[in-house]
Ligand binder design. Sequence first.
Ligand code: SF4
Length: 466
Amino acid sequence: MFLSVFDIFKIGIGPSSSHTMGPMAAAARFLDDLRGGAGKISGTARPHRLYASLHGSLAFTGKGHATDRAVILGLCGLRPDTMDPNSADGIEAEVRRTGRVSPEGLGSLVFEPDRDLVFDYGPALPGHPNGMILKAFDAEGEVCHEQTYYSIGGGFVVTSAELEAAQAGQAPVQDGAAVPFPFETAAQMLEMGAASGRTIAQMKRANEEAQLGAQLDEKLDVIWAAMNGCITRGLTQEGILPGGLKVRRRARSIHRQLEGERGQNLSQPHQANDWLSVYAMAVNEENAAGGRVVTSPTNGAAGVVPAVGRYYIDHCVGADQQKIRDYLLVAAAIGGLIKHNASISGAEVGCQGEVGSASAMAAAGLCAVLGGTNAQIENAAEIALEHHLGMTCDPAAGLVQVPCIERNALGAIKAVSAASLALRGDGTHFLPLDNCIRVMRDTGRDMNDRYKETSQGGIAVNLPEC
Ligand code: SF4
């Protein structure tokens, strides 16, 4: 499997890549099956009714993450990258009122969410904590197609067969025959860089161009415009975030304070952290509101990479807008290594895999655009990831708000500190990034399920009485 920069950075909608975008994408795949792929129905039989069940973390935190709405929208034929987030509420209400969906090419199908969309709080499905089963029934009530999907983080969705193939080692991160630098570990990445004399950004660019051809820069610019647009929009919004926790948006007011303090001689040096925080919080408030965001590498952690990129442009001496492309390429290279060798799913390894990964990606990207060597970049990613190890996922009420919004702010601050520390050394360091990724994977495996996006432990069960 070639893991492109555009697999890591996907334009979609909030609040969750694994619990919102993934289930929508699974529904789209299921509809494609019904339209003529694996689920083509023989003879005169036609799908009449659809059914979906959510398992594991998708069930436990699905309501807070709007997974039910995502499945409804997905079965209507909508896709996260192209749908208008503002239309979601109206479409969901219409399906709940009529009990029908009308995806293109399949006519009008029965789907009554109260009956046909089941949150199954029993044991998780065997392949991954985020499982879902989709079924189609014919008019006689017989199952005419069924598929099990796993939402494995970052909006990636695989069938049970695809997951088994990946676990059997049949799906390498880069197809060696198809890309010039098929690194699957950080050590290989450094070796290939040393042998070729290329930077990580140059190797990643060559891989992308071998797969995608021209227009790479254009597409990278679209991704950055979406990230930056999300920051800008989030800085102008105010009010209470949806979901019932009554969390108030803060980015706009903090941004106003910071703007008011611009140019004052008495500003504290750590004010730079507040700028990083406000950029990240703007994104994650947009995400929590179900707005347009870019998975980086997930929605819950979507604020870190944009915040550090914007910090580079707005605050770093000698910043060059063109280098944002390299920033994204290097960040994606690190995200790909983590996803391939561990996980970017909070349901699988806790928040160390989401905000920890995002922080490592941003640290590497910033180190690169500030002139770091390949060794310093690897060091920056390792520092950022190492100091998120063990971080649990325990979102209050299953919403991607507390601790997620502030957590992105702190992830961005750590990313900048990690890049800066790495740039003050020569790249030699104690724990290689590959080992750190392995520690993250093993720690996630040993972590109690209560701390892996089930909202059954930690902050989620220690909320004040309202
Ligand atoms: S705590 Fe971290 S992993 Fe869990 S939902 Fe929030 S951002 Fe994602």
